[in-house]
Design a protein around this ligand. Structure first.
Ligand code: MSP
Length: 624
């Protein structure tokens, strides 16, 4: 069967982090697994270049949206190379052929009445690129996801007639379950959420924007750009319209979209409806994985705990990272990325179990001056069983279970060496033992390939079987011979000293609580004029890494302020934030720029969080 796997296309608002690397590694493991089984497989990833958020960020960096998107897209490409991601294509929503397909679908939708012109009024969160109803906002009328102020927007807008697709979607979900025995959305809990959302009745959604221009123009309606999610979702299809791919969006292909759980609704409701409206088949499957926290805390820039996958790759290797994220948490569940656990698994499972199996095998061969070539039928130590278990696990979207099955085989290999005592044997008996452990290593090298492609290749090089063919359904069979030269250890052990060094580099050190300063009277305190201030502009100050120049709206006036927060915050994150502002601080020059006041922030000496108000109130409001 032909297979087509995709990741979300990532916003170009920032360089890749742990979460993005995770999805991309997961999808890569599936693509590689199916390729290994000899199936025609395509794997697509890319970037989501459009939208108001990107337009604003680019402006805050003094760049054009395309120029800014180009830089971040390049960082994605390089990171995927580091992680040996074997994607066949990298799509960007700014690719002209993608834009043409978006417009083509739009024309079909419009012709059939699935998009129509109306007016939209609602609260918009730029960070989510999503409208919220009054009811959905969090306490203080802020975005429920970002806790940032939302914007009231009324605009002429096209709508997508999602309301017409309720029963079609319900029938579709039922059909997938009936025909495949599995829910359209995996895991089941995410299917239940989607189903409840659809059963509650669907509203048409706004399908175009007029208040900014960084997007695909709506055909024949100047001033409108296509809603960024309609544009983005279309990437999966538009990529199959590229040369040589005819038929990659037809019924015979297994189309599987991987993503984080937060964007399931877009993929499981909007996207199938968009396709149905265009007379195209819906995808086969949506696989939603959970979210990572980091050492028990939410990952965020403010906390300074965003995990940079490139740094980990440099320190312990890309394949160790791939192994850890795939093995540590069952796909679909939320998980914690504990740096300590990464090192523990590295030493126990990679250096010890797998690394040692190969080292011991090579050491045995070195001490034994015979050629390891035989075709005597010796027991397969469970190799065929491991292959079956990997198949079952992968069919159930459970890569962590596949790795468990492989490790069972690895441990069996180590036990076999212990029990067979090859150092006491000679002649044919010794050849058989050696052949068995070599062949086991060879099978393991193929089984781990989808999960750790580089180390798998290295293993085969060391075994002298780099170009040997592997029969997935007859894994134990091998007619070639093995090499005996000893290579470098696959996973050098990380000793205590290095462990400490790595952990101290990876984990931000908590700032000690400062001792409190002497008491002040209320009179003294009341001389400070604190106000609510809204940050309306923010930019970096050339050659000053820690400083940002802000413009703060106090209701009656605007102030220029220099704030030492550039390490914790980028200019683009600050727009629209309301903070507590000291309005009667004497002006002073900071970094050569006049500063007229001060915004309050936590952290000393380095800022870690900005002050905020838990409800919305207008700029200029007195704070006491
Ligand atoms: N551009 C949209 C997707 C459009 S797809 C048609 C988008 N981009 S994103 O850059 O925000 O990436 C979101 C994805 O990144 C998640 O779906 C998930 O794959 C990954 N993750 C981001 N943070 C994550 C964690 N903390 N944990 C796990 N994965 C997360 O949404």
């Amino acid at each position: 069967m032909r297979r087509y796997f995709t990741t979300p296309i990532y916003y170009v608002s920032d360089v890749p982090h742990l979460g993005h690397a995770y999805t991309t590694v997961v999808a890569d493991a599936f693509a590689r697994y199916h390729r290994l089984r000899g199936e025609a497989t395509r794997y697509l990833t890319g970037t989501d270049d459009h939208g108001q958020k990107i337009e604003r960020m680019a402006a805050a960096h003094g760049k054009s949206p395309k120029g800014y998107a180009d830089e971040i897209a390049a960082a994605y490409r390089t990171t995927w190379q580091t992680f040996a991601i074997a994607n066949d294509d990298f799509i960007r929503t700014t690719d002209p052929d993608h834009e043409a397909v978006v417009q083509e679908l739009w024309r079909v939708w419009e012709k059939n009445g699935d998009v129509y012109l109306g007016h939209y009024e609602g609260w918009y969160c730029v960070a989510c690129e999503q409208y919220y109803t009054e009811k959905e906002l969090a306490v203080g009328s802020v975005c429920p996801v970002h806790q940032k102020p939302v914007e009231k927007i009324k605009e002429e807008s096209f709508f997508f007639r999602l309301s017409a697709y309720q029963s079609k979607l319900q029938e579709f979900y039922d059909r997938v379950l009936r025909e495949t025995g599995r829910p359209f959305v995996e895991p089941q809990i995410r299917m239940n959420e989607v189903r409840a959302f659809v059963d509650a009745g669907l509203n048409d959604f706004s399908a175009s924007r007029t208040n900014f221009s960084w997007g695909v123009p709506v055909p024949d309606h100047p001033g409108h750009v296509v809603y960024v999610w309609l544009d983005a979702l279309t990437n999966y299809y538009s990529a199959t319209r590229r040369e040589g791919l005819q038929g990659f969006w037809d019924d015979a292909v297994d189309i599987v979209h991987f993503m984080g759980k937060e964007i399931t609704r877009f993929h499981a409701v909007y996207w199938p409806a968009m396709l149905m409206a265009a007379g195209l088949r819906p995808p086969s499957k949506i696989v939603a994985h959970g979210w990572w926290t980091v050492d028990g805390e939410k990952m965020s820039k403010t906390r300074g705990n965003v995990v940079d996958p490139n740094r980990l790759a440099a320190d312990v290797g890309a394949d160790a990272f791939r192994y850890f994220v795939l093995r540590e948490v069952p796909l679909g569940a939320d998980g914690d990325f504990s740096h300590q656990a990464l090192l523990t698994r590295y030493n126990a499972e990679l250096a010890n179990d797998l690394g040692n199996l190969l080292n011991r095998t090579k050491a045995l061969a070195e001490r034994t001056p015979i050629e390891i070539r035989t075709s005597v039928p010796v027991a397969d130590l469970g190799a065929a069983q491991a292959v079956r278990e990997v198949d079952e696990a992968m069919a159930a979207y459970a890569p962590s279970k596949a790795l468990e099955a492989i490790w069972k085989l690895v441990r069996r290999g180590n036990e076999f060496i212990d029990q067979a005592s090859p150092w006491k044997k000679e002649g044919q008996a010794l050849v058989e033992i050696l052949w068995t452990v070599f062949n086991l290593c060879r099978v393991v090298s193929h089984l781990v390939e989808p999960f750790m492609p580089e180390k798998a290749r290295e293993m085969r090089l060391q075994l002298g079987v780099a170009s040997a063919r592997f029969e997935w359904n007859d894994p134990w069979r091998f007619d070639g011979s093995f090499a005996k030269d000893k290579g470098a250890p696959l996973f050098p052990r990380i000793d205590e000293e290095r462990k400490k060094e790595l952990l101290s580099r990876w984990m931000p050190t908590p700032t000690p609580t400062p001792t409190l300063t002497p008491l002040v009277s209320y009179d003294e305190f009341s001389r400070f004029d604190f106000r609510v201030g809204e940050i309306v502009a923010a930019e970096r100050i050339p050659k000053k890494d820690k400083l940002l120049k802000l413009s703060v709206d106090l209701g009656s006036e605007r102030r220029q302020v220099v704030a030492g927060i550039a390490v914790a915050y980028g200019p683009e994150e600050l727009l629209g934030r309301r903070v507590i502002f000291l309005a009667n601080l004497k002006p002073a020059k900071i970094g050569g720029v006049v500063s007229e006041g001060m915004i309050l922030a936590a952290g000393d000496p380095d800022v870690v969080a900005l002050s905020a108000l838990d409800r919305s109130c207008p700029p200029g409001t007195k704070v006491r």
